[in-house]
Write a protein that binds this ligand. Structure first.
Ligand SMILES: [Zn+2]
Length: 269
């Protein structure tokens, strides 16, 4: 497990997983706020649709991000994140479809050149790449995604549809909220305990009247329990809430709702 690398290209500041960066079959980036066209609370690389930012700027920000990893604008495919466990599978070739109203929180594909895009502002974005079968996935998982199991569900789809061996899967978990900043009421720990049982207990603790949950390590342990090798996992230690460079990050907790989101993109070459 290695710390992420900070990069800059044409003013766009982004982070990369060292092992995915070293893999010549894939391009990827976890973007920050820096390098886009949006203004005010959305300055500048906001990739969030359905907010007060100008749609034209959001679209152009996607194109700017895509260019960093070498993606054609017409090949950018996005999640429609609603904290569901819905996974969209794009197999063999890309067929455009209507965005499903119920939400899509993960994308999986074997199509080279297709740029899978997800968003984060405290939530986790998890990237998978099976370097043998050449299949990639991107997953958005906040605490509700951790609770509904979308990360192992996406991995299982890779195994079922492509015969992926989890031992061949390179994994990157992007910047996300840390356990100190993730303060909750009793409802979140209760739901996680219902899902995970005793496994979750060591990642949940109480300080004063509030509860804290270590989502990063729940995900890390879940990856190991699903057959991913520890040497194939890169996890960013950056917290989008309490990061040293706060001007790099939007955080739902810190910025409220008048804000943008960071994008993350991965593409098979
Ligand atoms: Zn923090």
């Amino acid at each position: 497990m290695s710390e992420f690398l900070k990069n800059e290209r044409n003013g766009v500041v982004y982070f990369t997983s060292p092992q995915l960066q070293a893999c010549r079959k894939i391009n990827h980036a976890f973007f920050t706020r820096k390098g886009g066209l949006s203004k005010g609370p959305f300055a500048s690389l906001n990739m969030r649709f359905n907010c007060a930012d100008e749609r034209e700027n959001v679209l152009r920000n996607h194109i700017i991000g895509g260019a960093v990893i070498g993606a054609e604008p017409s090949n950018i495919v996005c999640t429609n994140q609603k904290h569901t466990d819905n996974v969209r599978v794009i197999k063999g070739k890309y067929v455009d479809d209507e965005r499903r109203d119920e939400g899509v929180d993960a994308l999986v594909t074997d199509v080279p050149g297709l740029c899978l895009t997800a968003y984060y502002a405290d939530c986790q974005v998890v990237m998978f790449f099976d370097h043998k079968k050449k299949v990639t996935a991107i997953v958005h998982a906040g605490w509700r995604g951790v609770q509904n199991g979308i990360v192992p569900k996406t991995l299982k789809i890779m195994c079922d549809e492509w015969g992926t061996d989890p031992g061949d899967v390179l994994t990157a978990v992007g910047p996300s909220i840390c356990r100190s900043c993730f303060e909750t009421d009793e409802d979140v720990p209760r739901l996680l305990r219902e899902t995970y049982g005793t496994f979750a207990a060591e990642y949940i603790y109480k300080e004063g009247e509030k509860w804290h949950v270590d989502l990063k390590n729940i995900t890390y342990s879940t990856l190991l329990r699903n057959g991913i090798s520890p040497i194939n996992i890169d996890m960013s230690s950056i917290c989008t809430v309490c990061a040293h460079d706060k001007d790099l990050w939007w955080s739902q907790r810190r910025c409220g709702d008048e804000r943008g989101v960071q994008g993350a993109m991965i593409m098979i070459r």
